[in-house]
Design a protein around this ligand. Sequence first.
Ligand code: GRF
Length: 207
Amino acid sequence: MKPFSIVVLISGDGSNLQSIIDRITDQSLNVKILAVISNKANAYGIERAKKAQLPIEIIEHQNYASREIFDAQLIKIINQYQPQLIVLAGFMRILSDDFVHYFYGKMINIHPSLLPKYRGLNTHQQVLEAGDSQHGLTIHFVSSQLDGGPIILQQSITVQKHDTVEILAKRLLLQEHIAYPNVIQWFSEGRITLDNKHVSIQSLHNL
Ligand code: GRF
């Protein structure tokens, strides 16, 4: 069967991208990465993509006069590949409403908090400052509300007494690296559907 096709959008380290590449390599993820798209020319994730011999597109937003023009160009690039799913993996760029509407239902993101808690940046620090006993990750469809789209999966970890931002971030990333490829695999199996704002996940035995 032809593998499910995705593009992955990154801005930084790309450890989530790596987790997807690794699962494809060990054949536990039946997916083809058509391209890795970065809005930062120096993102380490680009090295990971090179090593995996994946097509790379770099589109730097400072070269575009406005968010709308940048987003229109990004749509063009993505459409050249015709992916079935657009995977944001540490893509640090707020997308315009037009962009989000254009790809609504076909674009997912991973966020390091138990949304709706702690949208935006510095989530680990906020968890520690609030004295929360639980932290976690959320994988969601992208909507025009920042980190606010329909939720597909959440997983929590327990905050330990001596946790620092770095330790928490590291521990949560380990979970992200398992959860994100799993969710992408569910998509490839046609198990995830979005009806307006309602997400359904079919369990295996219903197929
Ligand atoms: C992850 O914590 C992810 O949840 C967030 O950005 C970080 C990206 O890390 N959206 P990486 O670039 O995949 O290593």
